[in-house]
Design a protein around this ligand. Structure first.
Ligand code: NAP
Ligand code: MG
Length: 404
């Protein structure tokens, strides 16, 4: 069989621990035999981040900007224990944080659904995608532990000399205080990424905040979304047969639970953090969750939603066979290759990505799966637990049949 050719390289960001092992296995078993893979390779493994003083992460993000599409392996975000373990000169920042800051995007997370593993919420028949604003609010807040009686004020001093000053609270006892912010520019990027992704995937877009209570802060989010929708997207949404819908977050929660799924739910930073964990847990597992960062300029970075699966890696190092689930990482590759194909007009790449995903889902539905899925399996055929490599080889057999 002739291998599929590529024109533009994919930005490949390698990572750490068990997912780094899976990364190579996925390439060897499922990609290189079928695709004449063109990538620009960046090693974001912690060892090489240390060697380059984290410059490699910045270079990789800039390459993502240059070429448009990247695929990223899970990476360690160092903490004190990792600093010791890897003998680091600094506690390097989260690579995802660095990449997000450079691309300025929104993260979209969606579950991969298979027959035999049903969502806890019985009405959910199609995936629910969470779009999380990845900038500001409580994550960049200034906090103060108020020690005792005193006045707390909110003060703004404009460059042009205008001032705003209002009492937050006259404390008669100790308490807590917090100042949050966001920027119109970031909210606009968030809105555009959401509208664009809804068009790309032909799904309705929901957006929720608490604008009735937060009449300036949250209301600004609501207004900016509405303004951009009217000015830039309404016509395209109508042509695509999809809708934009705004509602209060508490109303959204109730509607989401009663829904059948199949839409994108855009959330502010904190709401998205919390709701994505709820939605992914209710759909099954983080190992069956795709994640893509979409920048307002239309750059895409595909990854798995889970981490480097450290506990499995230590078993692997001891020579034990592991049954780590490679599906989310595999879908990061198929997602990135499909997008590359779309942008370069290479239909064969899209067909291949579709076949790879279908082969993966069919393999699980036939009862062959990794250990984490066995625990959730409710299918008719009995589940057979296999190692990661056996699982990938079973997918390969199906993929070969599909691609003839
Ligand atoms: P994790 O790697 O997602 O693993 C947590 C647990 O979830 C695992 O121990 C495993 O449970 C289960 N799990 C996750 N993915 C799985 C898979 N593909 N197959 C089977 N089981 C899976 O999270 P963590 O242990 O909190 O973090 C480990 C490292 O990953 C940290 O250094 C963190 O900084 C990094 N991290 C990176 C990213 C990213 O790059 N996007 C995201 C999150 C965390 P059992 O052990 O019970 O089998
Ligand atoms: Mg979280």
């Amino acid at each position: 069989m002739e291998k599929i050719k590529m024109t533009t390289p994919l930005v490949e960001m390698d990572g750490d621990e068990m997912t780094r092992i899976l990364w190579k296995q996925i390439k060897d078993e499922l990609i290189l035999p079928f695709v004449e893979l063109k990538t620009e390779y960046y090693d974001l493994g912690l060892v090489h981040r240390e060697e380059t003083k984290d410059q490699v992460t910045i270079d990789a993000a800039n390459a993502n900007k240059k070429y448009g599409v990247a695929v990223k392996c899970a990476t360690i975000t160092p903490n004190a224990q990792r600093v010791k373990e890897y003998n680091l000169s600094q506690m390097w920042k989260s690579p995802n944080g660095t990449i997000r800051a450079i691309l300025d995007g929104t993260v979209f997370r969606a579950p991969i659904m298979v027959k035999g593993i049903s969502p806890v919420v019985k009405t959910w028949k199609a995936p629910i995608t969470i779009a999380r604003h990845a900038f500001g609010d409580v994550y960049r807040a200034t906090e103060y532990r108020v020690p005792g009686p005193g006045k707390a004020e909110l003060v703004y001093t404009g460059e042009d000399g205008t001032t705003f000053r209002e009492t937050v609270y006259d404390f008669e006892c100790p308490g807590v205080l917090q100042g949050q912010f966001n920027k119109d520019s970031s909210i606009r990027s968030f809105a555009r990424s959401c509208f664009q992704y809804a068009l790309d995937t032909r799904q309705d877009l929901w957006f929720s905040t608490k604008d009735t209570i937060s009449k300036q802060y949250d209301h600004t989010f609501k207004d900016i979304f509405q303004e951009i929708y009217e000015a830039e997207y309404r016509a395209r949404f109508e042509a695509a047969g999809i809708t934009y819908f705004y509602t209060l977050i508490d109303d959204a929660v109730a509607r989401v639970i009663r829904s059948r799924g199949g839409f994108i739910w855009a959330c502010k930073n904190y709401d998205g953090d919390v709701m994505s964990d709820m939605v992914s847990t209710a759909f099954g597992s983080l190992a069956m969750m795709t994640s893509v960062l979409v920048s307002p300029e239309g750059n895409y970075e595909y990854e798995a939603a889970h981490g480097t699966v450290t506990r499995h890696y230590y078993k692997y190092l001891k020579g034990e066979e592991t049954s780590t689930n490679p599906v989310a990482t595999l879908f990061a590759w198929s997602g990135a290759l499909r997008k590359r194909g779309e942008l370069d007009g290479l239909d064969a790449l899209g067909t291949y990505a579709d076949a790879l995903e279908a082969a993966t889902i069919e393999t699980i539905e036939s009862g062959v799966m990794t250990g984490d899925l066995c625990a959730m399996w409710e299918g008719e055929v009995p589940a057979r637990k296999v190692s990661s490599l056996e699982f990938l080889r079973a997918i390969r057999e199906r993929l070969e049949q599909k691609l003839g």
